[in-house]
Every structure is written in structure tokens, then in C-alpha cells.
Design a protein around this ligand. Structure first.
Ligand code: IPE
Ligand code: IPE
Ligand code: MG
Length: 233
């Protein structure tokens, strides 16, 4: 494969992805939606490997939203199975490659075995420093903000930005420099609403299963030309 080149030394620190379009990708091929999600995991692994090669420090993937419970049970079960297999199949490799795996979201609705796996992987990879991979699963930004506010109250902490941030699922990761959404939709769908305050947004027409290394390089090159002012002049 011809690999595009990064034309900047200004790499973003954190890129977040809204992995959208798996269902439409499958539909176009007359396949069940679950086949789209399976193809989506290949893209996920590809993008993790790409970020690793490019020297990005932090990537986050939106895999299941708090609103995705509205989907048919069959599809939800398939998504949980795919998540379970992803964790099982990749933990050793990530440990070896110095990749830290973090899960963002409300884990209370996870089956016990997945919760155990998440805790085990989190513990094992907690000191890995080359790349942090976060998977947002049963994640919703409004839910996260409410949870953090409740935690602040319950712990009797002062309402400061610093304390609030410490109560978010994202407490250990920087705000995303870039948020990418595939499939042509232009909305955030309850993803990192607080953390996205100054993120650069990129909307890509491709469906998530077709997204890869060169698309990521394109976005990083375009990002390097944007003028981020953060409210200044
Ligand atoms: C994104 O793909 C994956 C999840 C939300 C789990 P979709 O399943 O939303 O695919 P489309 O948007 O229906 O094509
Ligand atoms: C957003 O995609 C959630 C994930 C990618 C996990 P959706 O497909 O659920 O979002 P909407 O319904 O189009 O806004
Ligand atoms: Mg969708």
C-alpha cells in the first residue's frame, strides 16, 4: 500500500474518533449490521497501529453510546461480544507494545466477565507509556457530567474546574486536539461535550470500516494548517 507522508512536525497529542457508519457499510454489501461492526474492529486495530507508528500519544474511540441501548437486543449483544473478544485478543500485544488501555463509560451495565477483564487490563497496562488507547463504551457525555457533579457533592469537594475534571472518566487524558467522525454525519452524538470545547472537528464521508492510515495522515496534515486561537487574537 502507498503510505502518505506526514508533512508537519506539529503532531496532535490526542485524537478522538466517532466510529460511525458500520451499519450502512454492511447494508451496502447486503450483510447483517453485525458484519459491519466486525469490519469496524479491523479499522479500529488499523488506526491504533497507525497512531502507534506515527507517534501519537493518545487516541480515543467511541464504540457504544448510552443511547445505543435503543438498538435491537441482537445488535447490542453482538457489540458486547465484539468488545469482549477485542479485549481478550489484544491485551498481551498491547502490554508488549507499551500501550495503555483505558475504558471510558458506565461499567455498571457491563456483564461481570467484561468488567473483570477491563479491570485486569487496566491494572496490567497502567504504567504503559507509549500510547494510551481509550475505548468509550456505554459512554454518554451528559451521563458523565452528571456523574462527576454527583461525585463532587458526595465527596464534599469544592466546585472547581480542577476537582470537576478529576471526577470525569477522562481524568487521566488530555482534551482531544482533534475529533474525527466518519460516515458524513456532522454531530457529536453525546461524545466528549465538555472536553471538546477547543477540539478541531473533522468530518469524513467514508464509513468507519473503510478508514485507515492514509485518512489519518490527511487529517493530521490538515490539522497542522488550522489556526487554533483558543479565544485569543
Ligand atoms: C457505529 O456504526 C457503531 C456504533 C454506533 C456502535 P453504526 O452502527 O451507527 O452505523 P450506521 O450509522 O447505522 O451506519
Ligand atoms: C454515535 O453513533 C455513537 C457511536 C459511534 C458509538 P450513532 O450512530 O449512535 O449516532 P446517531 O444516532 O447517528 O447520532
Ligand atoms: Mg450511526
Amino acid at each position: 500500500m502507498f503510505k502518505k507522508r506526514i508533512r508537519t512536525d506539529k503532531l496532535p497529542q490526542h485524537i478522538a474518533f466517532i466510529m460511525d457508519g458500520n451499519g450502512r457499510w454492511a447494508k451496502e454489501r447486503l450483510l447483517p449490521r453485525s458484519a459491519g461492526h466486525t469490519a469496524g474492529v479491523y479499522a479500529l486495530k488499523r488506526v491504533i497501529q497507525s497512531a502507534y507508528e506515527l507517534g501519537i500519544r493518545c487516541v480515543t474511540f467511541y464504540a457504544f453510546s448510552t443511547e445505543n441501548w435503543k438498538r435491537p437486543k441482537e445488535e447490542i449483544d453482538a457489540l458486547f461480544d465484539i468488545f469482549r473478544n477485542f479485549l481478550r485478543e489484544n491485551r498481551e500485544e498491547y502490554l508488549k507494545k507499551d500501550i495503555k488501555l483505558v475504558i471510558l463509560g458506565d461499567m455498571s451495565r457491563f456483564p461481570d466477565d467484561i468488567r473483570r477483564q477491563v479491570e485486569e487490563i487496566g491494572e496490567k497496562t497502567k504504567d504503559c507509556g507509549r500510547l494510551a488507547v481509550s475505548i468509550a463504551f456505554n459512554y454518554g457525555s451528559r451521563d458523565e457530567i452528571m456523574m462527576a457533579a454527583r461525585k463532587l457533592c458526595q465527596n464534599g469537594l469544592e466546585f472547581t474546574e480542577e476537582n470537576f475534571r478529576r471526577c470525569l472518566y477522562t481524568r487521566d487524558i488530555p482534551d482531544p486536539d482533534i475529533i474525527v467522525r466518519t460516515s458524513g454525519e456532522m454531530r457529536l452524538s453525546n461524545f466528549l461535550l465538555y472536553q471538546a470545547a477547543y477540539s478541531e472537528l473533522f468530518f469524513v464521508k467514508k464509513y468507519w470500516p473503510d478508514f485507515g492510515y492514509n485518512d489519518l495522515v490527511d487529517i493530521i496534515n490538515r490539522f497542522s494548517k488550522r489556526n487554533r486561537r483558543f479565544g485569543s487574537v
